[in-house]
Write a protein that binds this ligand. Sequence first.
Ligand code: PHE
Length: 455
Amino acid sequence: MTKAAPASREGFSSRFGVLAATLGSAVGLGNIWKFPSLTGENGGAGFLLIYLLATLLIGLPVMMAEITLGRRAKANPITALQQLAPRPGLPWWLIGVSGMLAAFLILAFYSQVVAWVFAYVVKAAGGGLLSSDPRVTEAAFAALVGDPWQSLIWQWIVLVLIGGILTLGVTRGIEAITKKLMPLLFLLLLLVCGFSLSLDKAAEGLAFLFKPDFTRIDAAVILTAMGLAFFKLSIGMGTMMTYGSYFRDDQNIPATALRVMVADLSVSLLAGIAIFPAVFTFGFEPSVGPSLVFITIPAVFSQIPMGHALMVVFFILTSIAAIGAMLSLMEVPVAILHERLGWSRRRATAITLILLLIAGASCALSGSVLVDFRILGLTMFDLFDRVSSMVLLPVGGIMIALFVGWSWGRDKLQDELSNRGGLANRRLSALLFLLLRYVSPVLILLVMLQGLDLI
Ligand code: PHE
């Protein structure tokens, strides 16, 4: 039997909508610049195997746990944990508070990178990035980062766009948009892959990505793979819990999480296939992070037949990937403010937006006027990135695993995961419970300590 959601609370209306929105959150900048380069640099298929293991042992269990908690409570992360905690005195709801903070910090710097991507769509279309000389493309990127007004204005465009979509609501905003964008993303990615694979040194590029080199694998690489699995599936900060609260009661949570993971992995692999054959064909060094996307890609695409159009397509598809991730990030504070303070969605979004314009500005200006304003030696951009991904997300993940494994308990997990007895997945939930109780918290703790250079 399925239970109708409370009439006053919006949710995702179709199964495909649930999938599109959740996948929209997982797919993001992480697929385009982190995954391919980390895989290539850390031993190709060997790294891939470890990433898969990490995804199965921590990523999927924590993701399923978050979605399950959200759907059970049908509320934002703070209220959800307050409601679900067996003893009211225990402050499990603080996980929701830390999630909201993490979402804020991630949004502040992530929106800046997305701002550069948006700016690059326009610059690429206008032909301003057409140069095969990486020094020229590097100078173009440095000019953008160093220009306070350009950085700020593009960031405002990004934030207002995302806020605008969110005011339309969960169904007409998030779901409707991601349902259109996700298929388009796959289509565009396949198009760029097709061109890239037809280049001379395609095989070399693929070998870089897929040839197993197990000698490269050490503890640090294993921990890197785990960190990536975590960031990729958007877990540890209440995003999946918030989206879980919009899941339909007849949605098969384990199957959906698995599909999202596989589709997200496909996007990552396709991004690698789109990027590396081209990079190798023109003799570039495969590099990580911003320089790959904003410096190497324009220089490489400038040399490909139809490269100008492909470059525009590439930055459009990167923007699309980032939009779904940003929607899910911003939905966390919006849902919390909307439900806890009783504000309308419009008001909750407007206030979130104003706070983000302020926090975001400190990141937008990190490359120009605020370059010397540092805390712990880091610009605001780097600080927000580090604090969220190295501290808040892992702590959130550990706490969610501990909450389900030690406080909420196996029976309730089983009940909700099986749609209150409607699905036959008892053994799966038993296994999930064991992972959450014993394995995931320890592994995440290791990732965190390594990230902080404590081990
Ligand atoms: N999963 C997104 C990506 O790969 C990033 C993200 C992290 C989104 C946390 C939401 C929450 O880019």
